[in-house]
Design a binder for this molecule. Structure first.
Ligand code: FMN
Length: 300
């Protein structure tokens, strides 16, 4: 049988499919359910210091080849979320996702995640629709350096910055590697908008949102490819993985594991189970022994 097991900084993901942040990730119950439904690990909803309501509706639109959301990082704040983390129990890894606008807050949130049992921390440097957070922080290279260096110094668990899609992925990925990150997540949603042709007005309450699902796969693949050429730390690919073939293409571009989000909308709660069985079938058909055999094979 083909091995789909992958290890990143001592964390084992089997299968190498991890629930992406923001989908089914707000309660211990839903996170555990996703593990029962076949995920090899889970990422929590991005959590900030204070609770946050998020953007006004409409905050989600189905597009031709993906989903456009402007949730605006709604979350209960770190103190309340830690009570959920305390209830979570699984042998599979849980990664705590945090967002903030300052280094001090990133440190505080990451330490809280660690103290309450997270196996790793994901730094949201990439949400495209929350003013002052996410991609606004991730586009400031010096701030990214300061945040990553200081979080790494202050926690003992692996630190995975999550990057936005950029035309230059090389500079930012080298900065996070130089700052001590143990791995990197590539990519978040792509900043986009939808217009209602009948009213001639933007559809989302926030005007701008983040595009996810099948339509962003070529963007994610290009970003992973560029990052693999630039750094030696492991890459967790993300963006439009919907069927087994997508996951293998991301591995060929250089991903050691995948995060999946919108596929739950397209394929159901057991999306991970379906995708991993498709990955196994394809690898077996091509005569591979393990996933490791295809990581980075798209590079000359
Ligand atoms: C409804 C929704 C909410 C999301 N919330 C977050 C979030 O809180 N933090 C984050 O880093 N990414 C968030 N994302 C982005 C996903 O984690 C993922 O990076 C993106 O959707 C691309 O993957 P996909 O095509 O598999 O969905 C969200 C995506 C969606 C669709």
């Amino acid at each position: 049988m083909v091995s789909l097991k992958t290890s990143i900084e001592g964390l084992t993901f089997q299968p190498p499919l991890i629930l992406a942040s923001g989908i089914m990730g707000q309660t211990a119950e839903s996170l555990q359910k996703m593990i029962m439904m076949g995920m090899g690990g889970v990422v929590t909803k991005s959590i900030g210091y204070e609770s946050r309501e998020g953007h006004p509706n409409p905050s989600m639109v189905e597009m031709e080849t993906g989903l456009l959301n402007a949730m605006g990082l709604p979350n209960p704040g770190i103190e309340r979320f830690c009570r959920e983390l305390d209830k979570f129990s699984s042998s599979k890894p849980i990664i705590g996702s945090v967002y903030a606008s300052t280094t001090e807050e990133f440190i505080l949130l990451s330490k809280k995640m660690e103290d309450h049992g997270a196996d790793a921390v994901e730094l949201n440097l990439s949400c495209p629709h929350a003013e002052g957070y996410g991609a606004s922080v991730g586009s400031d290279t010096e701030l990214v350096r300061e945040i990553v260096e200081n979080v790494v110094k202050n926690v003992d668990i692996p630190v995975f910055p999550k990057l936005p899609p950029m035309s230059d992925m090389i500079t930012i990925s080298q900065v996070v590697e130089d700052s001590g990150a143990h791995g990197v997540v590539v990519i978040n949603t792509v900043k986009a908008m939808a217009i209602n042709y009948e009213t001639s007005k933007p559809i989302l309450g926030n005007l701008y949102g983040g595009y996810s699902g099948p339509g962003i796969k070529p963007i994610g693949l290009r970003c992973v490819y560029d990052v693999y050429e630039s750094v030696d730390i492991p890459i967790i690919g993300c963006g439009g993985v919907t069927i087994g073939k997508d996951a293998l293409e991301y591995c060929m571009a250089g991903s050691s594991a995948l995060e999946i989000g919108s596929s739950i909308y397209y394929r159901g709660l057991d999306a991970a189970e379906k995708i991993s069985s498709e990955m196994m079938d394809l690898l077996e058909r091509e005569g591979y022994d393990s996933l490791d055999d295809i990581i980075g094979t798209a590079h000359r």
